[in-house]
Design a protein around this ligand. Structure first.
Ligand code: ZN
Ligand code: ZN
Length: 308
């Protein structure tokens, strides 16, 4: 599981930072990539990486501001030209359906793959046997959502040799024990699965938030997260400006990570008023409150390790 930043700027594209798009690479977990927002030129950014658009399985849109969605129709269209055939599901606030439908139909774009668009509200918006995704509303000028991606715990690996040593032959009994079921053998012995399974692999939690002011729902979504992506459009001393424009400062992002008990924080959506030389200062501000903080840069990749 890796987070790959395709665009990390605020509002408008800048030379050093393109507008927002974040890829959650789940290649080992499910052979796919989940994208969060698709600002203008997201597909151009992808060209500079090893990401394959046909691998994109889901696209989560945090809100409908242009710097988060102007790259979406082009990306969806190119994916079709590039041989993408598998289904894509887009999740986003009310209006995302009309936006996608209008752009594709007016430009007479026909996709060669099935596209599903789900307009979301607060709650669980996706769940399968591997992952669950929850959303809550944040505090921004228009409806903006945060996404909490919960990886489910996986049962430990089967200790096959140990099981063989007890005289059980590989087969249906192995499968039952792997699934955590107790088994009574023909000779009357009971096999307790916990003795024959390695430790449970704990699932990870990743929280990716849309643009927001400092708010309670950000803290709820980030509760105990292994990785939090929080916007920090402004430096710590611009609290008034951040409030007026419905954004957060470095300190506020760090405060959310601290109160929520996150393991790691990455700041993104950095205003173009800050030059490369300012970035270190921005991280240092946040580190004063939450030490394990990083700042996103276009094309930066961060691994989210398995828990032990
Ligand atoms: Zn934005
Ligand atoms: Zn916005």
């Amino acid at each position: 599981m890796d987070i790959f930043f395709l665009g990390t700027g605020a509002g408008m594209p800048a030379k050093l930072r393109n507008v927002t798009s974040i890829a959650l690479k789940l290649l080992e977990e499910r052979g796919g990539v989940w994208l969060f927002d698709a600002g203008e030129a997201t597909q151009h950014q992808i060209l500079h990486t090893s990401l394959k658009p046909r691998r994109i399985e889901k696209i989560f849109i945090t809100h409908l501001h242009g710097d988060h969605i102007y790259g979406l129709p082009g990306l969806l269209s190119s994916r079709s030209f590039q041989g993408g055939e598998s289904e894509v599901t887009v999740y986003g606030p009310k209006g995302i359906k009309e936006y996608i439908h209008t752009s594709l139909s007016l430009s007479q774009t026909y996709l060669k793959y099935p596209l599903t668009v789900n307009e979301v509200d607060e709650g669980v918006i996706f769940e399968d046997d591997q992952f669950k995704v929850e959303t809550l509303r944040l505090d921004h000028g228009i409806p903006s959502y945060g996404y909490r991606i919960i990886e489910k715990d996986r049962p430990g690996t089967l200790l096959a040799e140990k099981l063989k040593d007890t005289g059980v032959a590989p087969g249906p009994i192995f499968r039952k024990i792997k699934n955590g079921e107790a088994v009574i053998l023909e000779d009357g012995r009971t096999i307790n699965p916990t003795e024959f399974l390695g430790p449970t692999q704990k699932g990870r939690i990743v929280t990716i938030l849309g643009d927001t002011r400092y708010c309670e729902n950000a803290i709820s979504l980030a509760n105990n997260a292994d990785f939090l992506v929080h916007e920090a459009t402004f430096s710590a001393n611009e609290e008034k400006l951040a409030h007026d424009y419905f954004h957060s400062t470095t300190h506020q992002a760090a405060q959310v990570a601290k109160i929520a008990g996150c393991k790691q924080l990455c700041l993104t959506h950095i205003s173009s008023r800050y030059d490369r030389k300012d970035w270190l200062e921005l991280v240092d501000e946040a580190k004063g409150i939450f030490p394990n903080t990083d700042i996103a840069e276009d094309f930066k990749e961060i691994n989210i390790p398995l828990k032990h």
